[in-house]
Design a protein around this ligand. Structure first.
Ligand code: AGP
Length: 593
């Protein structure tokens, strides 16, 4: 949830840290700060964005330092609660991502031993604990302190006069960026991409000691070697390429994302070796995820049931952890863009313990999910920076099509026509993007309302959920996605001239029922925005605003419909002047439960 960074090398650490922090802000952005060490440690932090901090920051001398951009969990965003946190002597500085569950007990104990606390954070106990065990060897003191801590953490520690960084992780990500005469420690790859594309991923309970020219990793006291990875993403991938927002850039990258997925597909490489399903007589499939990835899981349910003809449950990972499950003979797929979502990782642990075969669909190479699963399928979306997920969702759907069509049980002619249509999907989605101006009109129409319903049926019901989530996340309009058939069982009471309804209508077996629902909505006075296939005159007649998408096979309609709804949310938020890439109270990967 927070972004942490460490630098040690031959450059002045201040500027390096601030630049890296700028590329970590999508992980949390309510406050930030850095600490730079030479003979003593100097700290500058406040409840402001990185760019603002750069403007007010005095010159801090030193070639080793740490930095943090925050998503508050304990203590409101403020100068004193911002990281880095120091111990009483000011000789130990720490940045932390995660939650210390037993911090209150530790704080009381340390206070009784004479330690003074200044913030409301859980994190502040860490530098005080390290100080308690410190005898001139930072590594030993950090290790001892971890013995007292319970919770999830990615930590980087610094001690005045010690030219090294010490880092440790448990249930939160840490990568080490390998440079020439310099090294980096960071929450994830985009932070270091403009300096290096060589990284090492730390495992849970690893402790790393990093100097300018060495990286040492130990686990439970013994030296371990972690594999070096060469990252294919470029720094440009993690920049805006001239677009006003990362979200708009990432929406416009979707035709390429579909093409990149198809490249792997048509070259005959299987998305995943699903033969295991046949061999092990998998009777059922369970797809788990959170947020937007859960909506992909729900669409996956329709695709898998239609193409593989096996029963599928799609479930919210955070809820999955609360009810008894019979998992025997179940193949489980988890979907997670970041690969670090705590609720999803907890569900994965439970599935592993139950002996389920676990496949992860994720966008981040080396993420915790990819190292927990039996098999990992990487989506080919490239780095997704904007908090509202867009291209990763489309990439997840493409992998689900790839997975199921590779093993489908439907008759050959239908499969052949679907396979034919695959090649046109990038240009079909491009057509939606080219229709941007028309969508902008509907967005202007929508931007004046505070409550909105999205409705649809069948495979597009989850698209209604996703459209509502995108609008909620970035425009702050209260939007609800609803199965169209459910409106009459209650929500009808909320309809009226101040509550528009957005209906997603596909030319499939849901069409007639949707037409009826649209008339019911109009009869109750709600303005109607219809998302329909081009040439659908029947609905154009009754709608107040119409967004058209090109005709595709119904099973692929979530791709074109979602792209249109992403743009609708984007332009509505823009009309309302919202901070699109960094919506309030959110973060890109949610690493706490
Ligand atoms: C979507 O726009 C949000 N950023 C959020 O709902 C996200 O989908 C959810 O937190 C799951 O993240 P994951 O795919 O990285 O696991």
């Amino acid at each position: 949830m927070c972004g942490i960074i460490g630098y040690i090398g031959d450059k002045q650490a201040q500027l390096v840290l601030l630049n890296c922090l700028g590329r970590l802000e999508y992980r949390g952005y309510d406050s930030c700060g850095i600490a730079v060490s030479s003979r003593s440690i100097e700290v500058c932090k406040d409840a402001i964005r990185v760019e603002a901090l750069k403007k007010v920051m005095p010159q801090l001398g030193g070639t080793v330092g740490i930095g943090h951009t925050r998503w508050a969990t304990h203590g409101e965003p403020s100068q004193v609660n911002a990281h880095p946190h120091l111990d009483c002597t000011g000789k130990i500085a720490v940045v932390h991502n995660g939650i210390i569950n037993n911090f209150q007990r530790l704080k009381e104990q340390l206070a009784s031993e004479g330690h003074n606390f200044v913030s409301e954070t859980d994190t502040e106990v860490i530098p005080h604990l390290i100080e308690k065990y410190y005898d001139g060897d930072l590594e030993k003191a950090v290790e001892a302190a971890m013995g007292d801590i319970e919770g999830s953490y990615a930590i980087i520690a610094l001690a005045a006069g010690e030219p090294k960084l010490v880092t440790v992780r448990k249930d939160a990500p840490i990568i080490i960026g390998i440079g020439d005469r310099e090294n980096f420690v960071a929450s994830d790859v985009p932070a270091v991409l403009d300096s290096t594309n060589r990284v090492v991923y730390l495992e849970d309970n690893d402790i790393g000691v990093i100097t300018a020219d060495s990286i040492k990793v130990r686990q439970h006291g013994s030296k371990v070697t972690r594999e070096k990875h060469k990252i294919s993403w470029t720094v440009e991938d993690a920049q805006k390429a001239g677009y006003e927002h990362f979200m708009l850039k990432e929406i416009h990258e979707q035709p390429k994302v579909i093409r990149d997925t198809l490249v792997g597909w048509v070259s005959g490489e299987p998305a995943a070796d699903l033969a295991v399903m046949r061999d092990t007589g998998v009777e059922a499939m369970l797809i788990l995820a959170c947020g937007t990835s859960y909506h992909a899981a729900l669409i996956g349910k329709y695709i898998v049931q239609e193409l593989l003809r096996i029963p599928v449950r799609a479930e919210i990972a955070s809820e999955f952890n609360y009810y008894a499950q019979t998992l025997a003979g179940t193949m489980a797929i988890v979907i997670t863009q970041s690969g670090e979502t705590a609720d999803t990782l907890r569900a994965m642990k439970r599935l592993k313990e139950a002996g389920c075969r676990l496949v992860a669909i994720t966008n981040v190479v080396g993420s915790t999910a990819s190292r927990t699963a039996d098999q990992t399928i990487y989506t080919r979306a490239g780095p997704e920076i904007s908090v509202p997920a867009t291209k990763s969702f489309i990439a997840q759907l493409m992998v689900l099509y790839w997975l199921t069509m590779s093993y489908s049980k439907i008759e050959a002619r239908r499969l052949a026509s679907l396979t034919m249509e695959l090649r046109q999907l990038p240009s079909k989605v491009q057509q939606v993007l080219d229709n941007e101006d028309k969508i902008l009109e509907s967005a202007r129409y929508l931007s004046g309302y505070e409550n909105v319903f999205f409705i649809s049926r069948g495979i597009n019901f989850p698209v209604a959920l996703e459209g509502a989530l995108k609008l909620k996340e970035i425009s702050y309009i209260h939007a609800e996605g609803y199965a169209a058939g459910e409106l009459k069982h209650g929500p009808f009471a909320l309809l009226g001239s101040d509550t528009p309804v957005i209906a997603i209508v596909a030319q499939d077996n849901t069409y007639e029922a949707m037409l009826t629902n649209i008339k019911e909505v109009k009869a109750r006075g709600s303005p109607l925005i219809a998302l329909v296939e081009e040439g659908d005159e029947a609905i154009e007649k009754v709608a107040d605003s119409v967004i058209t998408v090109p005709r595709v096979d119904a099973i692929f309609s979530p791709l074109v419909n979602t792209a249109a709804l992403q743009l609708l949310a984007y332009y509505t938020a823009k009309e309302r002047g919202c901070p699109i890439d960094f919506p309030r109270n959110l973060a890109k990967s949610v690493t706490v439960e």
